[in-house]
Design a protein around this ligand. Structure first.
Ligand code: 9J3
Length: 262
């Protein structure tokens, strides 16, 4: 499993704390206006209001086809409160397919780390990407383009192709068992099949969940997302225990796959 230089922030986690919609850090936010030449549209930065524990990793999140920033905005305050600087994005065009979304994710997360008003709070070596549906396809394409990313989390991903076997970034796909728009049989399942031979590649399949379940706070999505980002962006091994041994299915997920230990 990947060894990441470790930065440990926040109290020791518990099964309760990793599920919380609000973690231990107070959160501030700043709107980012669209500006030509940046490679991404407007967005919102959410960041932990704490400079006493060093810098934080950064995460960019983009929604899916025809969706606005609001579709995925809950990740901003939730992930920031757990200790990440997050930018939620409005796509350049709501009709963009996955490929341009991948470029917007990379442009945005690099800008947050190097040029944004909160750049001094960010460790530019700890960047991650997430996205819903076509934004999830874009997340996988971004991981393929930039192996230096520390983590990727495609949410109900949709893509015209499913072979992401070139990806080495630790990637956790979150699929939904009743997704009729991006059916897992055609998208998340074969995407994970192309990843799973490598270490540090995971697949969470939510139970009784549709295409939009990951667009709202749930304890399970938060538990696994926080644990993945902490383990792979921060290198915080306290969170390995939430991933390995792989948790057994409960009423909220069908299965969680990952080659242990991590
Ligand atoms: O981003 C998405 O929600 C993908 C939905 C979809 O099936 O688009 C087909 C054009």
């Amino acid at each position: 499993a990947v060894q990441v230089s470790s930065t440990v922030k926040g109290p020791d986690p518990t099964e309760e704390s990793v599920r919380a919609q609000r973690g231990p850090f107070a959160v501030k936010q700043v709107a980012v206006a669209a500006k030509a030449g940046r490679g991404f549209n407007k967005g919102t930065i959410y960041y932990p209001d704490d400079t006493s524990q060093g810098t934080f990793g950064a995460v960019a999140v983009i929604p899916g086809f025809l969706e606005n920033q609001s579709a995925i905005s809950w990740y901003g305050p939730t992930l920031a409160s757990h200790g990440f600087v997050v930018i939620t994005l409005q796509p350049n065009a709501v009709t963009d397919f996955p490929e341009p979304r991948s470029d917007q994710l990379l442009a945005a997360v690099r800008w947050v780390a190097t040029q944004s008003p909160v750049k001094d709070r960010v460790d530019p070596a700890r960047l991650a990407v997430m996205g819903h549906s076509m934004g999830g396809g874009g997340t996988l394409i971004a991981a393929s383009k930039d192996p230096s990313l520390k983590a990727a989390i495609p949410l109900a991903p949709w893509s015209l192709y499913a072979d992401f076997s070139d990806v080495t970034v630790p990637t956790m796909i979150i699929g939904a068992d009743r997704d009729a728009i991006a059916p897992v049989a055609n998208h998340a399942d074969p995407m994970y099949a192309s990843l799973k031979a490598k270490p540090d590649e995971a697949y969470l399949k939510l139970k009784g969940a549709d295409h939009f379940t990951t667009n709202r706070y749930t304890a399970t999505t938060t538990r696994f997302t926080v644990s993945w980002l902490k383990r792979y962006v921060d290198g915080d091994s306290r969170y390995s225990a939430f991933l390995c041994p792989t948790p057994q299915p409960d009423g909220t997920f069908v299965r969680f796959q990952l080659t242990c230990p991590v």
